[in-house]
Design a protein around this ligand. Structure first.
Ligand code: ADP
Length: 320
């Protein structure tokens, strides 16, 4: 039995070491993809996790499977294809340390996952199913993703979703909005940014927007992450603003994924693998504080999948 199964994109991030302007930066190859990062966070906290997705049968694809295994993520749900290469993403760092990406995905192997390639047994043998929106950008993987979400929902699993809107990967924002709304129809637990919330609701007031989103899509538990400031949550009529932890951040990549891993870990701890209604305020505050700590610690080391904190590190930060 797995605690969490996740389906989604799995790709290579090439991140420059040193300044881009200095002429000839060295690029370091890392495994990337938000759903796999969430699993890596959960594995580092001691949870059993399994990944479902597709990569090319090329050296990058094999590197990615090794990266999953190295992060403690079960990889039997990873499909290899000889027909399409693994997706590659090159990271640009601007002078302020902010990142943008150039994607080589046209579509890449991850976007060609077929319904018949989804490992049903992993969905059935997991307590929580998690997915994001990048696997919804292309038709084949979108069908496979929504099939998996529907199947997991039918089997009574808790469904976690992260809109993770990357505008440049969609043919249009209308398409992005439509697909994200479809996915939200399955979701019990959602984590999103203020920008994504505004995009989905068109309401500039964060609290009103989250209330609107939760009631429109019957979402039981939602978090808006606020960077170093922490997070805001809503569960039924209960809301809370929970401050973040002060750390020396060096790389915020994967902080949101780490945060969500922290949320799911806490839900499993509370025995809520198949329903979150009825959480009390003190439990919600505890979940949010724990998730803030996991997110904060993910920023103190470079990288995402390989830089997730252990349970011991998280507890140390919380205890001060
Ligand atoms: P994303 O990575 O999705 O952009 P955020 O940047 O909001 O999301 O980060 C997710 C969570 O990680 C935040 O809610 C917070 O708990 C934690 N976090 C992120 N950046 C920092 C930081 N600089 N200092 C402390 N905590 C942070």
């Amino acid at each position: 039995m797995y605690d969490v199964a996740a389906l989604g994109e799995l790709l290579i991030d090439f991140t420059p070491e040193g300044k881009m302007e200095s002429g000839n930066p060295r690029f370091v190859q890392n495994a990337g993809g938000a759903p796999a990062n969430v699993l890596a966070a959960l594995s580092a906290l001691g949870r059993k996790t399994a990944f479902i997705g597709k990569v090319g049968d090329d050296s990058f694809g094999h590197f990615l499977r090794n990266s999953l295994e190295a992060a403690g993520i079960h990889s039997s749900g990873l499909v290899f294809t000889a027909e399409t290469p693994t997706t590659l993403a090159f990271v640009h760092l601007d002078s302020g340390g902010d990142r943008s990406f150039s994607f080589y995905r046209n579509p890449g192997a991850d976007a060609t996952l077929m319904k018949a390639e989804v490992a049903d047994e992993l969905l059935e043998n997991s307590r929580i199913f998690h997915f994001g929106s990048l696997s919804l950008t292309h038709e084949a993987a979108a069908e496979a993703t929504l099939y998996a979400a529907g199947r997991a929902k039918q089997a009574g699993k808790l469904i976690s979703f992260d809109p993770n809107l990357r505008e440049r990967l969609w043919d249009s924002l209308t398409h992005a909005g439509d697909m994200i709304r479809k996915a939200l129809g399955f979701a019990d637990v959602v984590k999103l940014s203020e920008e994504e919330l505004l995009f989905l609701t068109d309401k500039p007031d964060m609290e009103a927007a989250l209330e609107d989103l939760c009631s429109t899509f019957s979402i039981s538990l939602a978090f808006v992450t606020l960077g170093a400031k922490g997070c805001y949550y809503r569960c039924g009529e209960l809301t809370g603003l929970v401050p973040g932890y002060q750390v020396q951040a060096v790389d915020t990549t994967g902080a949101g994924d780490a945060f969500l891993g922290g949320v799911l870990h806490q839900l499993l701890l509370l025995g809520l693998g198949s329903g979150v209604a009825g959480l009390q305020q003190h439990q919600l505050d505890q979940i949010a504080a724990f998730a803030n700590a996991v997110g904060a610690l993910a920023t103190v080391r470079k990288g995402a999948m390989a830089s997730m904190p252990s349970l011991e590190e998280v507890e140390q930060l919380i205890q001060g």
